[in-house]
Design a protein around this ligand. Structure first.
Ligand SMILES: Cc1ncc(COP(=O)(O)O)c(C=O)c1O
Length: 396
């Protein structure tokens, strides 16, 4: 008998793979300049440091690093990461309320697994991170949008949506949002935490870009204003150490934490101990902060080159001016379609992600997301010029 998708579970049937993962296939083409992914620069990944920390950890902790370990995580990392998120984000983390996970992707998956019954509503920014949309859909939740402006989520509008939809969960990327690069204004952070507590809705604060700030002062996390455990904070070391290690952390109240641990038991038993030990070494040996400072200098130059490259785009293009993160978001002038123009850009060896993929209800085909971390300043200049030509710009 032929294997067809009639056997696939209803919840997975309509789930399509991430559009970005599909675009990745195109990037293997020789000479391709990719503004498509969200990867750190290869020069930001330190194989020598990872190797040294791995050897040192294996010598110190022995077989326990490659034996089955605790689902709750590698104890030294629980301590050092809790300290890290207290210092950098003001999150009231302790080893007991922090669970090391395989990237913030797994944090969100475990939270959804713990909270969502089919038909529950999750409120998200629109546009938002594709991976989050995919995960929410997999658990059968209904997605509704939160109105945003240049300061991120609009507080009153969020309250209206909460009253209207009675959501179980709110998903927000407050710092250098993916895909827009927008940061939630300082004076909206406490109100968001208060709304979550007032209405009994779990606010998931996904914050993997927080430390990639090129301008301005860091803002307190939403979780730093959370008094009653209604904010779950998701941190990640993917963008600041290495995504392939798959190490992130979720900080949540004790009741939710217990369910996250149980959910993780059946998902993967535990995150790889060796990878957790490498990240712990980065934090404990004070390698992380100097490393971040170095990559910030590079990424700042790359972002500025990309912003400068908009001079090649058609008159009337508008774009965000992020203070950090890995992305710039653009809206083309009336009538232009970034989805339709995508094959022509790829033909000329430049890739981006059409913005439509980031909207829960698609549409918005005049938008696109551009990543600057994976290309050199020279490639960014060249790629933006080519894109400008594809888009029919006149080289303002
Ligand atoms: C907003 C957001 N959340 C989560 C992730 C996934 O990160 P991780 O590697 O920690 O799973 C990404 C990666 O692009 C992201 O942009």
């Amino acid at each position: 008998m032929e294997f067809t998708d009639s056997i696939i579970a209803r919840r997975m049937k309509d789930i399509n793979g991430s559009a970005i993962r599909e675009i990745f296939h195109l990037l293997a083409k020789p000479g391709m300049i990719s503004f498509a992914g969200g990867n750190p620069a290869d020069t930001a990944l330190e194989t020598d440091v990872a190797a040294r920390l791995a050897v040192k950890a294996l010598e110190k902790y022995g077989t326990s690093l490659i034996q089955y370990g605790a689902t709750e995580g590698f104890a030294p990392l629980k301590e050092s990461a809790a300290q890290y998120f207290r210092d950098t984000a003001g999150v009231p983390a302790t080893p007991d309320t922090l669970l090391p996970v395989q990237g913030s992707s797994q944090a969100f998956d475990l939270i959804l697994k713990a909270l969502i019954d089919p038909g529950d509503v999750v409120l998200v920014e629109s546009p938002t991170f594709l991976g989050a949309l995919q995960a929410i859909r997999t658990y059968g939740a209904r997605i509704e949008s939160i109105p945003t402006d240049e300061g991120g989520v609009i507080v009153d509008a969020l309250e209206e949506q909460i009253k209207r939809y009675h959501p179980k969960m709110i998903y927000v990327i407050p710092t250098f949002q993916n895909p827009t690069g927008v940061t939630l204004a300082a004076d909206r952070r406490r109100p968001l935490a208060q709304l979550a507590a007032k209405y009994g809705v779990l606010l998931c604060e996904d914050d993997p870009y927080r430390d990639l700030r090129y301008e301005g002062e860091p803002l307190p996390s939403i979780a730093s204003y959370d008094a009653e455990g209604w904010v779950a904070y998701m941190g990640s070391f993917s963008k600041i150490i290495a995504p392939g290690l798959r190490v992130g952390a979720v900080i949540a109240n004790k009741t939710l934490m217990r369910k996250l641990v149980i959910g993780k038991q059946s998902a993967d038993v535990h995150s790889p101990m060796l990878n957790q030990a490498i990240v712990d070494g980065y934090i404990r040996e004070d390698i992380l902060m100097p490393h971040i400072r170095r990559i910030l200098d590079d990424y700042r130059r790359q972002m500025n080159a990309m912003l400068d490259g908009f001079k090649y785009f058609p008159e009337g293009t508008v774009h965000t001016l992020p203070q950090g993160g890995l992305f710039v978001w653009a809206k083309l002038p009336r009538g232009m379609d970034a989805l339709e123009l995508f094959p022509a850009a790829v033909e000329k060896n430049v890739a981006y992600v059409p913005g439509t993929h980031f909207y829960p209800d698609l549409g918005h085909t005049d938008t696109l997301r551009l990543n600057f971390s994976k290309s050199t300043v020279e490639e960014i200049g060249r790629g933006m010029k080519i894109l400008g030509e594809v888009l029919g710009g006149n080289g303002r």
